[in-house]
Ligand binder design. Structure first.
Ligand code: AMP
Length: 302
């Protein structure tokens, strides 16, 4: 039931209207792995530099996250700096220092090749495909991408998408990828590229899923305080695929529960900087918020 996760492990510098965090743990694979490890074992594939020490590794230790695939290279760890305005839905990338990530060639340790699920974090679509080529018949392949790859490597991305079961992107990316402004038409066009299921993330406005059995919508959990949205998308992906991989029977009902579980995990992520809230989170807290989610969205037939 293990998931292979490939993506960035990073130092993030984040500025929000409520404060600033300097060189804290971040990266798509970090948020994903910690969130998914609440449900199933995770095999982490990423690269870090010599400046990534025991203090940072502690976030992964003591969880079901295997670190054999976490490569250490000479040089500095990937660093990303972002700034949010009062509208926490929009962020500006202040700087991206690729460092050791620039020449990242994912190497999949032999025991990881039989992973049941694969999460292709937001990296070059060529590398995403190289990862897939090293895994034997995974049951579910989930992929994330961003406008950068849609614009720079459209053909390579399309080739990768042919091998993907579930694509997670935001609404602007769905429009850009399909060339359709209307989100329903955009979803149909994106699904025609390969993924049977498309999950569109809309930040504080929640998630829309389009699949073989119709569509499903979930709001974001209404929180009184949103502190830092960084990593919410990857945390959503971790809760979503983690739940799905552990759920056994696939299908529309499991996909719907996975969307709510992803949204539940993401709602904790945004309560603090970095992975701080995820690292103190417990399974009973997750289950309690999941139930509140159910109550929030439940209504009777008339
Ligand atoms: P999210 O908020 O879920 O979109 O993900 C934020 C995380 O993505 C941050 O922790 C960053 O370290 C990481 N990130 C930002 N830009 C990139 C990039 N170009 N490639 C890989 N990871 C990135």
């Amino acid at each position: 039931m293990a998931i292979l996760a490939v993506g960035s492990v990073a130092f993030d510098t984040v500025e929000t209207p409520f404060g600033r965090a300097e060189r804290v743990l971040g990266g798509s694979a970090s948020f994903f792995s910690v969130a998914a490890s609440f449900f199933v074992p995770v095999n982490l594939v990423a690269v870090v530099g010599g400046d990534f020490g025991e203090e940072q590794l502690r976030a992964f230790r003591g969880r079901t996250i295997d670190l054999e695939g976490l490569e250490r290279k000479d040089g500095a760890t990937f660093h990303w700096q972002g700034k949010y305005s009062y509208d926490l839905n929009s962020r500006e990338t202040v700087r991206t220092d690729l460092n050791v990530f620039e020449h990242f060639k994912p190497r999949i340790p032999a025991p990881y090749r039989t992973s049941d699920g694969v999460f292709l974090g937001n990296i070059d679509p060529v590398l995403q495909r190289e990862v897939l080529a090293q895994v034997e018949k995974p049951r579910i392949v989930v992929c994330d991408t961003m406008n950068f790859w849609i614009a720079r490597k459209p053909e390579e991305l399309r080739e990768t998408l042919r091998k993907v079961d579930i694509l997670l992107i935001n609404d602007a990316e769905a429009r850009e990828l399909s060339g359709e402004w209307n989100i329903v038409k955009a979803a149909r066009a994106v699904r025609a590229l390969g993924p049977q299921t498309l999950v569109i993330k809309k930040g504080e406005h929640g998630v829309l899923m389009f699949g073989e059995e119709g569509s499903f919508a979930a709001p974001a959990f209404p929180l009184e305080e949103v502190f830092d949205p960084t990593g919410a998308g990857d945390t959503f992906a971790g809760g979503f695929l983690g739940y799905l991989a552990g759920a056994g029977a696939p299908g529309d009902a499991a996909l719907r529960r996975a969307v709510v579980m992803g949204s539940t995990l993401a709602s904790f992520c945004v309560e603090a900087f970095s992975l701080d809230r995820l690292l103190t989170l417990t399974r009973p807290e997750i289950d309690e918020r999941y139930r509140r989610f159910q109550k929030l969205t439940h209504f009777e037939q008339i």
